[in-house]
Design a protein around this ligand. Structure first.
Ligand code: ZN
Ligand code: ZN
Length: 353
């Protein structure tokens, strides 16, 4: 396939302390989906692509296990919108249950490297993906509790990981022995490891829909990029110009500096998308219905929490980083749970360059 990936040195790409939005071009995308090519999913690449197209997404990565699906081989819907693209990728499904999405690659990335240190395996995925012209997303670290914070800290050139993955077996919330992926994020950020959180589907089943089935439409990213093409979307994500969500949609946000950190929730689009995608949210036993904006700093400390739909961070104290989390709580009152929560996670901003 023809691909226009411009290699830009990393030191030019990254300016972590000042992430500025570019206009208001927001692109909805899923970086993780499977097809029947892997042998344990139910739909063809064409059908999977059509599902995302028909549900309003702007981009999709067909991230097959150790198999490169060239977007040029996929039959796109006959009524394809101009604002929908496939970004070439693969799920590098490696040793010791370490999986990574190789985003915007030109060719397949090898997966069979093994090493007693998991950090070395992750590094091998990153290096292979960079050599293929792309960037790595570390997938579902809590799947089989394969990847810990200490496995990530030594890895270079890793800028993205799955904070939320929609597959029912990935343990996003952790358990009594293992921290949640969100707590892992704060542990990494607190130790100075700058990494951005992605939300994805990891969808396998498009025919049967159920709460415990890895269906599409559970987690996605909203990317702020100057235009919709593989290179600009990938570049915007590694620069942190996006938010991760499993139901909450924003009008906008500003995280160009800690002092200007602001989020503005789109109430109507949030309600619309929760019903359009049949989202279930996270079951919780108590909570206050409505929107809550939390600003979170080192060690995961919630330094500000306001029940509102538009909030700005306001503090004179020094923080190494601040990130924002939006919680939308709705009454459920079923036998299963009394409340359900949906989230958006806006990327951290750092006090030092
Ligand atoms: Zn995986
Ligand atoms: Zn997967």
């Amino acid at each position: 396939m023809i691909k226009y990936f411009i290699k830009i040195p990393l030191f030019i790409l990254f300016s972590f302390s000042s992430v500025h939005l570019i206009g208001q071009n927001w692109y909805m995308g899923n970086t993780h989906a499977h097809t029947k090519i892997c042998g344990h999913a139910d739909s063809s690449p064409d059908v999977v692509t059509k599902w995302y197209h028909d549900h309003g997404y702007n981009f999709l990565i067909l991230s097959e296990h150790n198999h490169f699906i060239d977007p040029d081989t996929v039959q796109l819907p006959p009524d394809k919108r101009d604002d929908f693209i496939l970004i070439p990728g693969e799920e590098v499904t490696g040793s010791k249950k370490i999986h990574t999405t190789a985003m915007n690659i030109e060719h397949i990335v090898s997966w069979d490297f093994n090493h007693e240190q998991k950090a070395m395996i992750i590094q091998n995925h990153v290096n292979g993906t960079n050599s293929a012209g792309g960037y790595t997303i570390l997938n579902h670290p809590n799947y089989k509790y394969a990847v810990s914070v200490n496995d990530i800290l030594p890895v270079n050139n890793l800028y993205l990981f799955e904070l939320f993955n929609g597959h029912p077996a990935v343990n996003n919330s952790g358990d009594s022995l293992n921290m949640s992926t969100e707590a892992m994020w704060d542990a990494l950020l607190t130790q100075g490891y700058r990494i951005y959180g992605v939300s994805s589907d990891d969808a396998h089943y498009f025919e049967n829909i159920g709460r415990d089935i890895s269906n599409p439409g559970k987690g996605w990213v909203m990317v702020n990029a100057p235009q919709l093409d593989a290179m600009h979307i990938t570049q915007a994500m590694v620069e942190g110009k996006f938010y991760a969500t499993n139901g909450v949609i924003l009008n906008t946000y500003d995280n160009s500096s800690i002092g200007t950190y602001m989020v503005d929730i789109d109430i109507n689009k949030t309600s619309e998308i929760i019903s359009a995608l049949n989202l279930w949210g996270k079951c919780v036993i108590q909570g206050e219905p409505g929107f809550r904006v939390e600003f979170i700093g080192p060690n995961g400390e919630i330094v500000s929490s306001v029940n509102t739909t538009k909030a700005a961070f306001n503090s004179t104290k020094h923080y190494k980083y601040i990130r924002a989390k939006i919680v939308y709580t709705v009454v459920d009152n079923t036998a299963e749970c009394t409340m359900r929560e949906y989230y958006a996670w806006v990327q951290p901003v750092f006090s030092s360059p």
